[in-house]
Design a protein around this ligand. Sequence first.
Ligand SMILES: NC(=O)c1ccc[n+]([C@@H]2O[C@H](COP(=O)([O-])OP(=O)(O)OC[C@H]3O[C@@H](n4cnc5c(N)ncnc54)[C@H](O)[C@@H]3O)[C@@H](O)[C@H]2O)c1
Length: 263
Amino acid sequence: MSERPVGTAERSERAADTGRSGAGLVTGAGSGIGRATALAFAREGARVAVLDIDENAAAETTALIEKEGGDALAVSVDIADEDSVRAAVESTVAAYGGLDFAVNNAGLASHHRRLDNMSLDEFERVVRVNLAGTFLCMKYELPLMTSGGAIVNIASNGGLYAIPTAPAYVAAKHGIVGLTKVAAVDYAPDDIRVNAVCPGPTLTPGFEQVAEGTDMIARQAAITPLGRLATPEEAAAAAVWLCSEAASYVTGIALSVDGGRRA
Ligand SMILES: NC(=O)c1ccc[n+]([C@@H]2O[C@H](COP(=O)([O-])OP(=O)(O)OC[C@H]3O[C@@H](n4cnc5c(N)ncnc54)[C@H](O)[C@@H]3O)[C@@H](O)[C@H]2O)c1
């Protein structure tokens, strides 16, 4: 009897058929961690659907991948909209014939304020995109995943402990970690792994926008044991590893990529 899990063998056969390391999608791949993740998968030989609400940004990522000789497809999506998510996942599968990996990365930050100063509208906006958006992506990805496939949800260090004055973001990111664990257990019988990556502060366009005009980058570096912020590529590497066969027995974890902040 083969020692390889059945799903893994099936996935390898499909990848061998196409001469590539499978196919999948990355949401929010027009910028930051998502763009770095899409590029990293493409460098591994995977075909990557680049999903983003910003069509120009998605096209830029696709162009970067193609410039390196990779195979990519730009797909417009608003992860907070169910019809849009369904259509984006289905068009990825129509183009690539299956889904071996999915990285649900798209998300947004919230204004910094204490809970009693936050409107319900602001709370619901942040939870809608970050948490309900991740739920919707998983809802339409899971039934179309190849046996042996893997999902990674990009949560945050704020999915594991408090970030002061970020109640909606922290609640949403804790929710993503919870969704990840339940899906890992529910879909293990289908040989689909589901994990979360919890980055600490990472130098992306999104983070730089929030930090603009403040000493946030220096302050965050000072309280990080490794003494600096992460690069988007460092978060991307964790996502690629979790989707690889090297992580074939890893499911249901929330992996910190935080320079030692949680130690
Ligand atoms: N940068 C950090 O310090 C950091 C730390 C922890 C977690 N994260 C998480 O990592 C993820 C990526 O963050 P980043 O810093 O790379 O952000 P970013 O702002 O640089 O990029 C986010 C991308 O997501 C897209 N997007 C936003 N809303 C969308 C929607 N509704 N549908 C589809 N696409 C949408 C944007 O257009 C953009 O291209 C987010 O979930 C974020 O919460 C980031």
